[in-house]
Design a protein around this ligand. Structure first.
Ligand SMILES: [Zn+2]
Length: 175
């Protein structure tokens, strides 16, 4: 099946490197490799937010559906509708259901029928295929005028404004 987003192997490699993705991200997402269990950065990551495809940014899971399956990989009981495509996978002498990003075809992991209620599903994902995003409302919240921030996006926005002001050419008033 063709996916809406198509890139060459070199383009994916460059994009993942630019994003600072984990070193195994290319092999996992584009060559269906599996990261070693208990090594992924999201295996024990429980912050509120959402998990997106590392390759194309498509939203795949909400943090509220993540659970500790004890298997060594980040696990979810429910995917965002339409975000994931399922394929029958007969590799390694097993019958499994592979999951790929419906938008770009990135290999994500597999889905098993042994998850918690109410879905009974366990989306067993490679951490390297995912990118966590904090809730949008938290990023958009801007401080009142004149306040100084210690961290977060608004501070970056503020410094960009300052940089712009600094490079603006000086206007000389006529004598
Ligand atoms: Zn994708």
């Amino acid at each position: 099946m063709t996916h809406p987003i198509q890139k060459t192997d070199d383009e994916w490699r460059a994009l993942l490197a630019e994003k600072g993705a984990e070193p195994v991200a290319y092999q996992v997402t584009r060559q269906a490799a599996t990261e070693r269990p208990y090594t992924g950065k999201y295996e024990q990551h429980w912050a509120d937010g959402s998990y997106h495809c590392i390759c194309c940014g498509s939203k795949l899971f909400e943090s509220g559906t993540k659970f500790d399956a004890g298997c060594g990989w980040p696990s979810f009981s429910l995917a965002i509708p339409g975000a994931i495509e399922e394929r029958r996978d007969l590799s390694h002498g097993m019958v499994r259901v592979e999951t790929v990003c419906a938008n770009c075809g990135a290999h994500l992991g597999h889905v098993f029928p042994d998850g918690p209620a109410p879905t009974g599903l366990r989306y067993c994902m490679n951490s390297a295929s995912l990118e966590f995003q904090a809730p949008l409302s938290r990023l958009r919240r801007l401080p009142p005028e004149g306040t100084t921030l210690v961290a977060g996006k608004p501070q970056r926005r503020r410094s960009r404004v300052a940089c712009f002001a600094a490079i603006r050419p000086r206007i000389h008033s006529p004598p």
